[in-house]
Write a protein that binds this ligand. Sequence first.
Ligand SMILES: [Zn+2]
Length: 227
Amino acid sequence: MFVGHFAVALIGKRLEPKISLGTLVLAAMLPDFVAFVLMIAGIEGVRFKPGVVITPGMRAIDALEVSQFTYSHSLLMGAVWGGLLAAFYFARRRNKRGAWILFTAVVSHWVLDFASHPPDMALAPGLTARFGLGLWNSIPATLIIEGAFWALAIIIYLRVAPAPSWASRLVFWVPAVFLTLAWYGNIAGPPPANPSIIGYTSLTFFSLTVAWAYWCNRLRPVVQNVR
Ligand SMILES: [Zn+2]
């Protein structure tokens, strides 16, 4: 998924307001961050499917496949990355509930990617079985299901952390709209000319989204007693 992972982060803020939204975005996107770093290192990667002929109107997800993905995106490794992040957070903040929520946010990445990807999700490195429900094969179904999840999470977040000023409103909405358009481009758009740079471009893009989430967290204090 794409905005679905950000939805998890926004809902996490409702469940445990003490965690920064930036940390929650980092958690929900952690397997992708691991993948981008491993792509740059040449260990994981995305490539054109063998024999594919790129035709006008072809979508990226129909033309590309992952070559290696199990260190960042298997269920077992999701639990490992989640455990590491939760342990690091707990060591610093002594917040058990927060640590559990971060762990769950990281593991949720596998579940959401399992729902959206064609079968390319493994249970553990070294296992050959691949799973995926392929929601992304249908643009309308993706817009409805992942889009509804994203919209619902935004509503929940805006109730937990309402904007105290116009500036804080803009800081949230401009990137949120941009993120929504990037998501649409990702599911409907053509494949990139050069998949080998995806690691660099995505690492930059999603690092900016984490910085954005920390910024929103500063500008929008949480109101207590949200019903
Ligand atoms: Zn992912």
